[in-house]
Structure formats: structure tokens, C-alpha cells
Write a protein that binds this ligand. Structure first.
Ligand SMILES: Nc1ncnc2c1ncn2[C@@H]1O[C@H](COP(=O)(O)OP(=O)(O)OP(=O)(O)O)[C@@H](O)[C@H]1O
Length: 298
């Protein structure tokens, strides 16, 4: 997989505020990459810098292995804020205006309206659109030029639950067509549902980064029990891959070293003559980890 965006020690300072602090990360082709952080954590500033609308204080980045240029920008579509569409013009007319501004081919309009599921609204005026439809039209505008990468800042902000579901589903559909997506969000739930990779930002500093599934499973907990808890604990004590364990009533909570799972515990117990009555995997949610990360830094 090739690297689409490489960010190297990128920083932005506004007076005394360090909005982004030596941020380094790599985004690979085909990923749905979430920049996750609370309000003010530097997500918008980061997107602004890599889109070349905010000047970095220091550091660098490259798109497709090249410094930013007209030709690299042509390969990107961005949605930083909801565009101002004309309420009394149709979807078609609004996109014609956007195409003129972007220098995009108007023949693309039918295709992008189809992609966002608005073909049947081509000739409907914008003012009658639901919130979700308005945002889908904004995504259609970002898709003119057939960009390889779509950069979205809080794409579901301000939408009702129906609109949120529509837009998330659409993002997954666009990604399935082979586009790389970079999205900023303050919603853990959104990143968990939509993204393949995540970078957690807090006060401009990168706190955690990696595939959503790895971050999710990094600190899984196993909950086990056996008829003879004393014997269970004796065996546990001797297992080299058990990182920590804590008895709670007749259950034992444990975490394992990386690369080990429930199967190894089950096998070791069985070999030691302990029959497990319960073996449950409890995945630590990204939310719980995120809150822990934030707490540690407070
Ligand atoms: N033009 C500016 N001048 C001064 N400070 C700014 C400016 N833009 C952003 N900041 C500050 O930089 C920090 C990061 O802001 P940024 O908007 O990048 O965060 P964010 O994570 O996108 O948050 P939000 O979701 O609220 O936009 C904040 O403390 C913000 O107040």
C-alpha cells in the first residue's frame, strides 16, 4: 500500500497557543483515517495545513510522495465547512456553479449525484433538502474532479440521527470505491463505526495512533472462572504471558501480553487440569481508552 499523506513534525502556533505540536503520521492508500480529539485539539488546524490553507509554523508534509502543488491539490477533494449553496437553485445548477469554480467537468455532475444517492433530486431546489441531503450534496461537490482522497472536517456535525446515518453510510460507500478518506471528528462512536485507522489528538499532541482494530484490542480483558478459584489463581501466577490479573468475587479479570488470546489461556488451564466455567473476552472500547489517555494528560 502506498503512502498518500506523510506528515513530519508538523506544528502550528497561534501566539501563545500551540494548536498542533510536532505531529507526525502516515496515511496509507485506501484507509479511512480518523483524526479524533475534543474541540480545540488541533484537528481543523491540521487539515488546514495539509490542504495548504494554513501556513505551518514548522515541520513538513507530502502528498503522494511529493510536496504540495497544484497537481497534488487536484487529486484531493475537501469539505471543511458546509458550502453555501444557493437555496433557490437546483442540485444540478448548484453543482454547475461549483464545477465552474473548481474547473471541473460538468459531465461529472450526474455521476456524483448518483454516488451520493441524489439522482432523483437533480432538479429539486436546495432549500427543500433535508439536512442529510444537504450534506450529501456538499460531498457531491467535493467529489467533482474525481479526487483520489477526500478530506472531511466533522462531516456529520449538526445533522439529525437520520442525516448522520446517511452520511456515514455514504462515506463507507465512497471508501469502498477505492478513495482514501481523512476525517476529523470529536465523536468516538463515529470513528469506531467508520474509520479503519485513528490518530488521537489532545491539545495538538498525538496521543495514540494505529488501526482502529489494534487500538481497540490492545488492552482487551479476559474474564475467567473455575470451580476451584484457588487452583485457578495458582496456575495463572505461573503463566508467563499473563500481564496482570485481579480476582473479583469468583471471577478473575486478566490482561495478556500482546499476541496472546483466550485460546492460550484455555489451553494452559486445561493442561493444568483446571476446567474453566467461564471465558469471556471484554474488549475495551476506544472510548474507554480515549478517556484514559485524556485523564493521564490532565
Ligand atoms: N486563527 C486562529 N487564531 C488563534 N487561535 C486559533 C486559531 N485557529 C485555531 N486556534 C486555536 O488552536 C487550537 C486548535 O484549534 P482547532 O480548531 O484546530 O481544533 P479542533 O480540534 O479542530 O477543534 P474544533 O472541532 O472545535 O474546531 C484551539 O485552541 C483554537 O482556539
Amino acid at each position: 500500500m502506498s503512502v498518500i499523506l506523510e506528515i513530519d513534525k508538523l506544528s502550528k502556533r497561534y501566539g501563545s497557543i500551540q494548536a498542533v505540536d510536532r505531529l507526525s503520521l502516515q496515511i496509507e492508500e485506501g484507509s479511512i483515517y480518523g483524526l479524533l480529539g475534543p474541540n480545540g485539539s488541533g484537528k481543523t488546524t491540521t487539515l488546514g495545513m495539509v490542504l495548504d490553507v494554513i501556513r505551518p509554523s514548522s515541520g513538513s508534509f507530502s502528498w503522494f510522495g511529493q510536496p504540495v502543488s497544484r497537481s497534488t491539490k487536484h487529486r484531493l477533494g475537501a469539505l471543511l465547512e458546509t458550502p453555501n449553496f444557493y437555496p433557490y437553485l437546483t442540485a444540478q445548477r448548484n453543482l454547475e456553479i461549483t464545477a465552474d469554480i473548481k474547473g471541473a467537468d460538468k459531465k461529472q455532475i450526474a455521476h456524483v449525484l448518483h454516488t451520493v444517492g441524489l439522482s432523483h433530486r437533480t432538479h429539486t431546489t436546495f432549500k427543500g433538502f433535508s439536512l442529510g441531503m444537504k450534506q450529501r450534496l456538499a460531498l457531491a461537490a467535493a467529489l467533482l474532479n474525481n479526487p483520489e482522497v477526500l478530506v472531511l472536517d466533522e462531516p456529520t456535525n449538526g445533522l439529525d440521527p437520520e442525516g448522520i446515518a446517511e452520511v456515514r453510510e455514504l462515506i463507507l460507500r465512497i471508501a469502498a470505491e477505492g478513495k482514501t478518506i481523512i476525517l476529523a471528528s470529536h465523536l468516538l462512536d463515529e470513528v469506531e463505526k467508520v474509520c479503519t485507522h485513528v490518530a488521537v489528538l489532545q491539545k495538538g499532541v498525538l496521543r495514540a495512533e494505529g488501526p482502529v482494530s489494534t487500538i481497540l484490542s490492545a488492552k482487551d480483558q479476559l474474564i475467567i472462572s473455575a470451580e476451584n478459584t484457588v487452583r485457578l489463581l495458582e496456575v495463572l501466577k505461573q503463566l508467563p504471558f499473563v500481564e496482570s490479573y485481579q480476582p473479583e468475587r469468583d471471577l478473575v479479570h486478566l490482561t495478556l501480553q500482546e499476541g496472546y488470546g483466550a485460546a492460550e489461556v484455555n489451553k494452559a488451564m486445561f493442561e493444568a487440569g483446571v476446567v474453566l466455567q467461564q471465558l469471556t473476552l471484554r474488549r475495551k472500547s476506544l472510548e474507554a481508552q480515549f478517556l484514559e489517555i485524556i485523564k493521564q494528560q490532565a
